[in-house]
Design a protein around this ligand. Structure first.
Ligand code: 13P
Length: 250
């Protein structure tokens, strides 16, 4: 059975004290048996304190990025083994901000996905079109090539450690969310694409999250769609009350 998942991408926000405060609020307010699997992704410097503080709670910790190599002369980078050594088993890869500002290509992301999976990590793989692609009616083709070039070399077995996150770039941080119909249309397309590549059993098992201006006020109608299995939340994940309201939208 595929899982409902709500993940908070904290991006480059919150120093140590602010991270500890947000985690304390989350711990106070989270139910013992939440409606969805909950993941939060603090900055690298706050991963270990977050892992320690959330250890015996229903909330797990993910990293926002990772390098594809095991170690070596890659100044400023962090490896899979380093993440695992501080308790982090999940990594977000392919976020549109990494693609846009750090020029991460589909090919590079394929390498990062391989490295994460070789290290028994779970990958939250992000992808999605820009506004121009949608206006030119190229959004389905673009999403198809992002999936194909970064993921479709994987074995069937690997898919149990993949979570997909469709994030239309025009909806990220803009306050403009995809309509429930637009989200369902794309999520159904994604599931069909996975089914065509790997068969319907794997396609039915993979969780497909929506990301882009998801808030307590719109989460319920987005999550109500049959192919939307949760959300990857940016801005609204920085306030415990809002984030947990989104978790409770199932
Ligand atoms: P917002 O929820 O702030 O639009 O960000 C979405 C996102 O990029 C999550 O990864």
């Amino acid at each position: 059975m595929r899982k409902n998942i709500v993940a908070g991408n904290w991006k480059m926000n919150n120093d140590l004290a602010q991270t500890q405060e947000l985690i304390a609020d989350l711990k106070k307010q989270v139910s013992a048996d939440p409606a969805a699997t909950i993941i939060v992704a603090p900055t690298y410097t706050n991963l270990y304190p977050a892992f320690k503080a959330l250890k015996d709670t229903p909330i797990s910790v993910a990293a926002q990025n990772m390098h594809q190599n095991a170690n070596g002369a890659f100044t400023g980078e962090i490896s899979a083994a380093m993440l695992k050594s501080v308790g982090v088993e999940t990594v977000i890869l392919g976020h549109s901000e990494r693609r846009a500002y750090f020029k991460e290509s589909n090919e590079l992301l394929a390498e990062k996905v391989n490295t994460a999976l070789e290290n028994d990590m779970t990958v939250i793989f992000c992808f999605g079109e820009e506004l121009e692609d949608r206006k030119a009616d190229k959004h389905f083709d673009l999403v198809q090539s992002q999936l194909k070039e970064s993921l479709y070399h994987l074995s069937k077995e690997s898919w149990k450690n993949i979570i997909l996150a469709y994030e239309p770039v025009w909806a990220i941080g803009t306050g403009e969310t995809a309509s429930p119909e637009q989200a369902q249309e794309m999520h159904a397309f994604i599931r069909k694409s996975v089914a065509d590549a790997y068969g319907s059993e794997i396609a039915e098992e993979v969780s497909i999250l929506y990301g882009g201006s998801c808030k307590p006020g719109n989460a319920k109608e987005i999550f109500a769609n049959k192919d939307v299995d949760g959300g990857l939340i940016g801005g609204a994940s920085l306030k415990a009350e809002d984030f947990l309201a989104i978790v409770n939208s199932f």
